[in-house]
Design a protein around this ligand. Structure first.
Ligand code: FAD
Ligand code: NAD
Length: 476
């Protein structure tokens, strides 16, 4: 017997679940959203990993640490003298927490204004589209739904040789919370988290060593861009060791000793803190009753089709808990798509045009295929590159590192991939995303007027360069 009945119940209130709930309500449906996120201080908040322990807090710290770093190393060249420069980590952390709280509280305001019923607590899908809710206040109830959207997200992958101890060996969440700058910071995994958090603490003065198991750096990025990035990060002082297999991490007294093996043999390093960030896995613990009937794949992801339908009619799943890149914007668009389909509207997701951004300095961003992926398709292609060193705005900003690389089809000029390393790459990539979404050609970008002087002119010039027509490049 159900306590309440809704058209749509969303389990998980992260960036995949809460937009799904809002869009479903905008579509005139009755909606509930259940979320169990609990902060370190015991407070409850919607927003999931992204708002509480991921995208938002990491970008707040990246901004603070970059400002500090620029004041220390770059202001001089502008004629700005800085005396007594210091970082107050407590203030930096409370700024971050304030931003997080404003945004997570904002979700509840949005729920209220859209008429979404929030439940803070654990949700479990039972058979027959019933959902059991264990509320944070101890109450248990069962609610019925015509449709259920599973949006339970992901959790860090554990590394048995480096067990977390909540003080010295931490995961990405812990790596966002240090209350002082660690003198010596170890990071296991040179992925997106490792590079972003490694950058934050390195800019503030930590000596950072990143141990990466693979021989390739940033295997998911275009290899030319990855090579550039590796060069810049090395120059910044990030010590990235590739092909390093960690065999043990032990805490003793005030330090963590990490043993690893690479092509030079066995080595050992000592750190004040160690962040383990070797990827994330889908989170489905306690989500599905035994007879709920929802199939998982062999990696533990909820199995879905291209419209996020699970194996059970009227049960859907979106975000990190299903296949595809673990990115907030990917989950958001899946949630919105599902909420529209449920309401009988058109809902589609273009999985070929999902941008990726790494918020290091310089930033790295891309959309579409890498050059190696294009080669695999067997298509003939053109490449245009343009360096920010020849871009007037980048020069004025004192941020000339990096380039735009654009790949188009040799015969029909279709835009196949755009890769950027450079200032504001995460903002610049939006032009390429839109161009690809509208099936633009390289020539369309060549004929598009870009304001001067802007960083976006580098995209224009890269498009021209694909046909050897760049204006500000020395001809070969
Ligand atoms: P989540 O955000 O994990 O949300 C799931 C929610 O469901 C959680 O609140 C969880 O408590 C709740 N839940 C789970 N099970 C239940 C249950 N049974 N009952 C009730 N509630 C439940 N992505 C980007 O795109 N850009 C970035 O800059 C970026 N930065 C990141 C930085 C870090 C340090 C990390 C760790 C991740 C970052 N990500 C970033 C990835 C991004 O956070 C995830 O892709 C995104 O949060 C996934 O959204 P989701 O809603 O699917 O899952
Ligand atoms: P990741 O998959 O990006 O990187 C993990 C890295 O750890 C890989 O390079 C992998 O080879 C390495 N690794 C795995 N096992 C190892 C081992 N035993 N020893 C050493 N290295 C090992 O994962 P992440 O950095 O943990 O990030 C998790 C997810 O969060 C990613 O899917 C990412 O997309 C998302 N995220 C996105 C952003 C962003 O969009 N800016 C920021 C942070 C996180």
């Amino acid at each position: 017997m159900s306590d309440q009945i809704f058209d749509v119940v969303v389990i998980g209130g992260g960036p995949s679940g809460y937009p799904a709930a809002i869009r479903a309500a905008q579509n005139g449906l009755s909606v509930a959203c259940i979320d169990e996120w609990e902060n370190r201080d015991g407070s409850r908040a919607f927003g999931g990993t992204c708002l509480n322990a991921g995208c938002i807090p990491s970008k707040a710290l990246l901004e603070s640490s970059e400002l500090y770093h620029r004041a220390a190393s770059e202001f001089k060249s502008h004629g700005i003298a800085v005396h007594g420069l210091a970082i107050d980590v407590t203030t930096m952390q409370s700024r971050k927490e304030k931003i997080v709280k404003q945004l997570t509280d904002g979700i509840e305001v949005l729920f209220k204004s859209n008429g979404v019923t929030p439940f803070k607590g654990h949700g479990r899908l039972l058979a027959g589209n019933q959902v059991e809710v264990h509320a944070a206040d101890g109450e248990t109830l069962v609610i019925s739904a015509k449709h259920v959207i599973l949006a339970s997200g992901s959790t860090p992958i554990a590394l048995p040789v480096a067990p977390l101890d909540s003080d010295r060996i931490v995961d990405s969440w812990g790596g966002l919370e240090f209350d002082t700058v660690p003198g010596r910071l170890g990071v296991i995994g040179a992925g997106v988290v490792g590079l972003e958090l490694g950058s934050v603490w390195q800019r503030l003065g930590a000596k950072v060593v990143i141990l990466e198991a693979l021989d390739d750096f940033l295997y998911m990025a275009d290899s030319q861009i990855a090579k550039e990035a590796q060069r810049y990060f090395k120059r910044q002082g990030l010590d990235i060791r590739l092909g390093a297999k960690v065999t043990a991490a032990n805490v003793k007294d005030d330090a963590v000793t990490v043993n690893y093996e690479d092509s030079d043999g066995a080595s050992s390093l000592e750190f004040d803190k160690l962040i383990v960030c070797v990827g994330r896995r889908p989170f489905t613990e306690g989500l599905l009753a035994g007879d709920a009937g929802v199939a998982l794949d062999d990696q533990g992801f909820v199995q879905v089709d291209e419209h996020c339908k699970t194996s059970v009619p009227q049960v859907w799943a979106v975000g990190d808990v299903v296949r595809g890149p673990m990115l907030a914007h990917k989950g958001t668009e899946e949630g919105v798509m599902v909420a529209d389909i449920i309401a009988g509207k058109v809902g589609e997701m273009n999985y070929n045009v999902i941008p990726s951004v790494i918020y290091t300095a310089p930033e790295i961003a891309w959309v579409g295929k890498t050059e190696a992926e294009v080669q695999e398709t067997g298509r003939d292609y053109k490449v245009g590159t343009f360096s920010f060193a020849a871009n007037g705005r980048a020069k004025g900003m004192e941020q000339t590192e990096g380039m735009v690389k654009l790949i188009t089809d040799e015969s029909d000029d279709e835009l196949l991939g755009v890769h950027i390393i450079g200032p504001m790459a995460g903002e610049l990539i939006a032009e390429a995303v839109l161009a690809m979404e509208f099936s633009a050609t390289g020539e369309d970008l060549q004929r598009t007027i870009h304001a001067h002087p802007t960083l976006s002119e580098a995209i224009h010039e890269a498009a021209l360069a694909a046909d050897q027509r760049a204006i500000h490049a020395i001809s070969r």
